[in-house]
Ligand binder design. Sequence first.
Ligand code: TMP
Length: 209
Amino acid sequence: MKKGLFITFEGADGSGKTTQLNKIKTFLDEKGYETVVTREPGALDFGKKIREILLHYDKNLSDKAEMFLFLADRAQHIEGLIKPSLEQGKIVLCDRHTDSTIAYQGYGRGQDINLLTLLNDIAVNNLKPDLTLLYDVSVETAQKRVGDEKDRMEASGIEFHKKVRNGYIQLQKDNSERIKLIDANNDIETVYENTKNIIMDLINKRLGV
Ligand code: TMP
C-alpha cells in the first residue's frame, strides 16, 4: 500500500534537473519530511553495473538491447527501493524514470511508443509517479552545459537530442495532469522557485503541512 509521494525529474542531459532535485531535497529535509533521492539507471548495485554498460560500453549496443537494459534497471529499482520507500511514507525524488524511456528510446531512437509504454507498465507493476517535473531547455544550451566530455548517450548527436526534446514536449501535452513543464533556460534560482511551488502544492494537497 503506497503512502508516500513519488516525484520524478525529467529532461535533457544538461537541463539542470539534478541540481534542482538536490536543492529541493535539502529544503524538504529542513522542513522535516523524510526523503529518498534516487536515480535511473544505476540506483542499486545491480543497476550500477547496467549503468556502466549503458553509458560507457564502447562497442555497438543495439537499440533493443539498450531498451531492455533501461527497463531491467527500472524493474529492479521499483521492487528494491521505490516501492518499499513509498510504503514507509517517504517522499521519493527520482532522477529520471519511465518518461526517459519514451523520450530517448521511443522518440529518440525510434522504438515503438505503444510497446515501450506497455514494457514500462510491466517494469513498474502499475506504480506511477504522483508528479513529474519536466525541465525543458533548448538543445543548444543543454549541449553547452554538458561540455565536451560526453558519455555514450550524450554523444548520440544533435538530431537525436532534438527528437528527445520534442518527445518530452509531446509527452507533457499527453499527460498534462501529471507532468509539469518548467522552463529550464532560466537561472537556477528562478527554476528553483518554480520547482518548490509545484512540489509544495502537491505536498499540501496530499500530505498536509
Ligand atoms: P543521467 O543519469 O546523467 O541523466 O544519464 C542517464 C542517461 O541515460 C541520459 O542520457 C538519459 C538516458 N536514459 C535513457 O535513454 N533511457 C532511460 O530510460 C533512462 C532512465 C535514461
